[in-house]
Write a protein that binds this ligand. Structure first.
Ligand code: NAP
Length: 249
């Protein structure tokens, strides 16, 4: 069986760096044309355009603030207009605004829920409709080990990531009749801009809580996303796949 996705159109949110950029690269290598949404272009377009060209694949960036409904709707319309259709949707954009609940400002709650959860509702609604009409497509939403286990100082982030899990399982049930699979990837502690700001002492403490004893790479998450998007995962829907070195066992 040809396990590559083959000539599919993929939309990745938050593709300008980190895990999202690794997902863009892995999907290009898996024969997808890729559109990514983020506020800044990041290095992705410049770094990966030569790869896309060598693979005869299309790589495009569309500016979008996932925390702004109008911006999301406009960007999705632009992707649909350019791509014609979308067979793979990866909701990856995410932010943290950490703090103890007793001191948390409304803005920190609203912003995190808006980018991490509401934006996925908007993308899944619009792209899900498209997929449902074509009876083809797959969606991967990015949660976190924190959405499974909780973490002090991250009530807003945990709520958004746990919310994504319930959202995705419900959507998987709604769309299964159309042959559309919806799954969740739940990274643990991954080396990206989101985690690099943490002090080394905290990183060392976190490492002791990871059974595999090391921090993960963005590529290790991207490989799992490509797997879930591929026909290799054709009988998997409504699942949460942890990529966390065993943290959430
Ligand atoms: P990152 O390096 O900080 O990258 C975040 C991405 O999201 C960037 O492309 C960023 O692009 C985009 N983004 C943030 N706010 C946005 C907004 N308002 N509108 C549009 N795009 C926005 O983060 P990462 O570590 O790769 O994380 C990727 C995903 O994995 C997130 O959902 C995160 O919660 C999840 N995750 C990460 C870890 C980890 O250890 N790193 C662990 C568990 C889960 P712009 O800034 O250019 O807009």
């Amino acid at each position: 069986m040809d396990t590559k996705n083959g000539n599919r159109h993929a939309l990745v949110t938050g593709g300008s760096r980190g895990i999202g950029m690794a997902i863009v690269e892995a999907l290009l290598k898996d024969d997808c044309d890729v559109w990514y949404l983020s506020r800044s272009q990041g290095e992705t377009l410049e770094k990966l355009t030569p790869l896309a060209k060598s693979l005869q694949r299309q790589l495009s960036w569309i500016a979008c603030d996932m925390g702004n409904r109008e911006s999301v709707e406009e960007a999705l319309d632009a992707v649909i207009q350019q791509a014609g259709t979308v067979e793979i949707l990866v909701n990856n954009a995410g932010i943290t605004k950490d703090g103890l609940l007793m001191r948390m400002k409304d803005e920190a709650w609203d912003d995190v829920l808006s980018v991490n959860l509401t934006a996925s509702f908007l993308t899944c609604r619009k792209i899900g409709r498209l997929m449902a009409s074509k009876r083809q497509g797959t969606i991967i939403n990015t949660s976190s080990v924190v959405g499974i286990m909780g973490n002090g100082g991250q009530t807003n982030y945990a709520a958004s990531k746990a919310g994504l899990i319930g959202f995705s399982k419900s959507l998987a049930k709604e769309l299964s009749g159309r042959g559309i699979r919806v799954n969740v990837v739940a990274p643990g502690f991954i080396e990206t801009a989101m985690t690099e700001a943490l002090p080394d002492s905290l990183k060392d403490t976190i490492k002791t809580q990871i059974p595999l004893g090391r921090i993960g790479s963005a590529q290790e998450v991207a490989e799992v996303v490509v797997f879930l998007a591929s026909d290799k995962a054709s009988y998997i829907t409504g699942q949460v796949l942890s990529v966390d070195g065993g943290m959430a066992m």
